[in-house]
Design a binder for this molecule. Sequence first.
Ligand SMILES: Cc1ncc(C[n+]2csc(CCOP(=O)(O)OP(=O)(O)O)c2C)c(N)n1
Ligand SMILES: [Mg+2]
Length: 362
Amino acid sequence: MFKEYSPLDDKLFQVMDNNGKIINPAWMPEISEERLQKAFKDMLFARQADLMAVSYQRQGRMFTYPPNYGQEAISGGLAQVMRDQDWLVPAFRELGAWLAKGATLKEVFLYFMGYEDGTVFKNAKNITPISVPIASQLIHAAGIGYAINYKKEDSVVYAITGDGGTSIGDFHEALNFATVWNAPVVFIVQNNQFAISVPFKKQTRSINIAVKGIAYGMSCIKVDGNDLFAMTRALREAEAHAREGKGPVLIEALTYRRGAHTTSDDPTKYRTKEEEEQWSITDPLDRLRKYMVAQKLWDASQEETLLAEYKKEIDRQFEEAENYPAYPLDDVFKYMYADITDDLKEQKVEHEKFLKWKEGLK
Ligand SMILES: Cc1ncc(C[n+]2csc(CCOP(=O)(O)OP(=O)(O)O)c2C)c(N)n1
Ligand SMILES: [Mg+2]
């Protein structure tokens, strides 16, 4: 696969077109009907939770949130390959992947409400905390991969970063180290076309991101990240490659961040409606729905009832997070300096005011 779809030729690995038609049957992954229905439902749930997370934040009930809207097929593919013993090393825009690894929505909400507990992911095995310092987690992924070889374990590491992350030194160090040591790491770059307001064309002069792997001597491929089948197949091939001791793989997953960077960003300042509309035809859920309806695997009329159930469940988990015991405010301010600085003092006063206001809402 990695030879057939060489990033040097800027080839894009796709299985399904925008109308849900299989255009590359030779590479169609085997997924049982049941699993496919679950994958679709999980993607639907993640999208609904994502939309609601933005609205909770807008109501002042959560500090911030980085939307995943439009990127669901990447996590959807990961859900097909990740086993308990495999590692997930995420950045911060990974709702579907966190859930697939066993994290709860309540934990994710807690994290974005400012609780450290939210990133412990108690029931998820082999997952590292949410990583906001861009690309720093990739170094950890390379190290975990090294340790897997050293301990002769049967695990694979799935490490995620964004297109912006590829301009950071850590990305290159991690790729080089993992290749030199034959570490079983699958690096996934969610190329969602933006790093906050920086468009992809200003991120690199390389013809694509996948091609960067060639310099390190690793296998690499550019995949349609909005195509669940292409993502699943590419990840399976990458997993087999890594587990057979052939070294790490770099997957560039081409996608589009349909939402804002975070809830404190306004994308209308740096991109056009036309561009958004153009990408909307590649939407991962719409494409999968078209395929499934055509195959009689999905009855779209049942979706409304399902969404109503999901909304209830999401609200329930959000309310549980909201009722979590408050953390001591000093935990936020106390540990950086021996004597708290003036600007931190001001921030503390502001935060106390905010908490009072929030209390008043109840
Ligand atoms: C080391 C570091 N530098 C800068 C930032 C501020 N920052 C937060 S998100 C972001 C852009 C990340 O873009 P990308 O890697 O494409 O991921 P995306 O947000 O698109 O998922 C930046 C620069 C940071 N968090 N860490
Ligand atoms: Mg990006």
